[in-house]
Design a protein around this ligand. Structure first.
Ligand SMILES: Nc1ncnc2c1ncn2[C@@H]1O[C@H](COP(=O)(O)OP(=O)(O)O)[C@@H](O)[C@H]1O
Ligand SMILES: [Mg+2]
Length: 250
């Protein structure tokens, strides 16, 4: 099967008054359908920039991104946005919920933004299923500020899942959560991949989170430094990854 996501010699240069920043430097990689991939690296290594390029939220300075067979980096803004909405769901560190909307309305947003009526029976059923799958049934009318941090991230996850995108992209989704709550989010991402067949790309600086992945890409200063194949492991133990990182001197 062709990869669902491909980076071909992708670079991103931010132009700043005082000097340019090369946030991503010539990254090439391919993510297979149904794979769980992680990008790991210290703060400032280019993880978020790369994830945004891969998900079509931003355009590379050079190189190409191929999303499910389409050269998203070459599409018009409108066409890239449409493709991104069809194929991807994003989860961010700071949840990015709309504070004035209820939980239900936040999860309905992917339909609303696409100009569809979220109350239509099949959409309402998808919203119900997404909320149930993150154990938030009964919280539909709450506003985000009436929820715990972990619950807010579960709303964000339900919103990313509601249209069942082929690709889930998560940028430090556990960065603002305690260990137990973060584990719930990682377990849910894992189920989407292992049981639901969705492809997951997780950005994290945390080896315990990266250990959920089949394959870990290590980023340093905008370049791919190493690729560690862990294979699919139901226990998500971090010991093999930590040992490999130590071997590499990381
Ligand atoms: N919008 C931006 N404008 C200018 N520089 C940026 C911007 N976003 C990120 N950078 C810089 O690019 C580099 C990589 O940042 P980022 O992708 O956020 O790394 P990470 O997610 O690994 O912490 C850093 O040096 C950061 O300061
Ligand atoms: Mg980041």
């Amino acid at each position: 099967m062709p990869p669902i996501l491909e980076a071909r010699d992708v670079t991103k240069r931010y132009r700043l008054g005082a000097g340019d920043v090369d946030a991503v430097r010539g990254v090439s990689l391919a993510v297979e359908p149904g794979e769980f991939a992680a990008f790991m690296g210290p703060s400032g290594s280019g993880k978020s920039t790369l994830l945004h390029l891969l998900g079509g939220l931003d355009r590379p300075t050079s190189g190409d991104v191929v999303l499910d067979g389409a050269l998203i980096s070459r599409l018009s803004d409108d066409a890239a946005t449409k493709l991104r909405r069809e194929k991807t769901g994003f989860v961010f560190q700071f949840f990015n919920l709309v504070p004035l909307l209820s939980v239900w309305e936040n999860v309905a947003l992917p339909f609303t933004i696409a100009g569809e009526d979220a109350r239509r029976a099949e959409h309402a059923a998808a919203i119900r299923a997404a909320l149930a799958s993150v154990d938030l049934a009964g919280k539909e009318r709450n506003r985000p500020d009436q929820l715990s941090a972990g619950e807010q991230q579960r709303v964000a996850l339900a919103r990313a899942l509601v249209r069942r995108p082929a690709l889930l992209l998560a940028d430090e989704p556990t960065g603002n959560l305690d260990y137990a709550t973060g584990t719930e989010i990682l377990d849910r991402l894992w189920r989407s991949c292992h049981e639901g067949g969705q492809t997951v790309v997780l950005v994290t600086h945390d080896a315990k989170a990266a250990a959920y992945a089949d394959r870990v890409y290590v980023l340093r200063d905008g370049s791919l430094r190493d690729e560690i194949r862990l294979g699919r492991r139901e226990d998500h133990g971090a010991a093999p990854l930590i040992a490999r990182l130590a071997d590499l001197g990381l």
